[in-house]
Design a protein around this ligand. Structure first.
Ligand code: KIV
Length: 257
């Protein structure tokens, strides 16, 4: 097993994993100092491209963004989301995962659970490709953002899925929008780390979409904590620039040749 992956697994029960998304170099360069894992999430479909869900984002788009992100990453584990329909069978999944790893130089791929793709995960991990799973709310298989309440039966399915993903060789699992009680149970039952998003402090790590926590995306469900209002900060700077240009205060001598 690759050393970087081992280090992530070894943090379970020791120190919470710090994880965030990035879609470009300027952001990943900042995150790299503070994160264990940087994810090039297919959430970029909604956040950057204004799509209504993540279903149409292409492998090419994910690769191009991941190449940019990689330029800012020195120490964190870099994970890239496999878009929907790029891993629908083992052969296709292996071909595309290899392409992602080779072209972006990332460390791992993430695959959303659809209750059928355990053998696909196994195919990748047994070919030496590190895989992060993703259970609970899985945007690739749902049309709208709408977290659900899990029944006892659903809870059992979730638990089964988590175990199957672990057995298939995944090194970690994202748990999205699942109650504290269930995410605690899953986390305590697994040997690999869980990474929560809207899934309580009981997970082994946390992830958020960076644009959400910076106040840039305009998407603030209850699991997001908005740490700053970057939208406002950018607006103030642009207003100042506009004023300076209108008043001929920019550029000044120092800005000119
Ligand atoms: O696409 C994404 O950004 C994700 C995270 C929210 C976990 O899957």
């Amino acid at each position: 097993m690759k050393l970087k992956i081992k280090k992530i697994i070894n943090k379970k029960n020791k120190s919470p994993l710090i994880c965030l998304t990035a879609y470009s170099k300027n952001v990943s360069k900042i995150l790299d100092k503070y994160c264990d894992i940087i994810l090039v999430g297919d959430s970029l479909a909604n956040v950057l491209y204004g799509m209504k869900n993540t279903h149409q984002i292409t492998l090419w788009s994910m690769i191009e963004h991941a190449k940019s992100v990689k330029l800012g990453v020195k120490k964190s584990l870099l994970v890239v989301d496999m878009p929907k329909n790029t891993y629908s069978n083992s052969k296709l999944a292996l071909k595309n995962a290899k392409k992602i790893l080779k072209t972006t130089k990332c460390d791992a791929v993430k695959i959303e659970n659809n209750r059928k793709n355990f053998t696909i995960i196994k195919k990748l991990t047994s070919s030496g490709i590190p895989v992060m799973g993703h259970i609970g709310f899985t945007p690739q298989y749902i049309n709208k953002f709408k977290p659900v309440t899990y029944s006892k039966k659903d809870e059992k399915k979730l638990m089964d899925d988590a175990f199957k993903i672990q057995k298939a060789g995944a090194f970690s699992i994202v748990i999205e929008c699942v109650s504290a009680r269930i995410s605690k149970k899953v986390t305590e039952s697994l040997e690999i780390p869980t990474i929560g998003i809207g899934a309580s402090k009981f997970c082994d790590g946390q992830i958020l979409v960076t644009d959400d926590l910076l106040g840039l995306s305009g998407f603030y469900p209850k699991f997001v904590r908005k740490y700053t209002n970057l939208k406002k900060i950018i607006e103030i700077s642009i207003q100042k620039y506009r004023k300076d240009v209108l008043k001929k205060k920019f550029p000044n001598k120092g800005n000119s040749f």
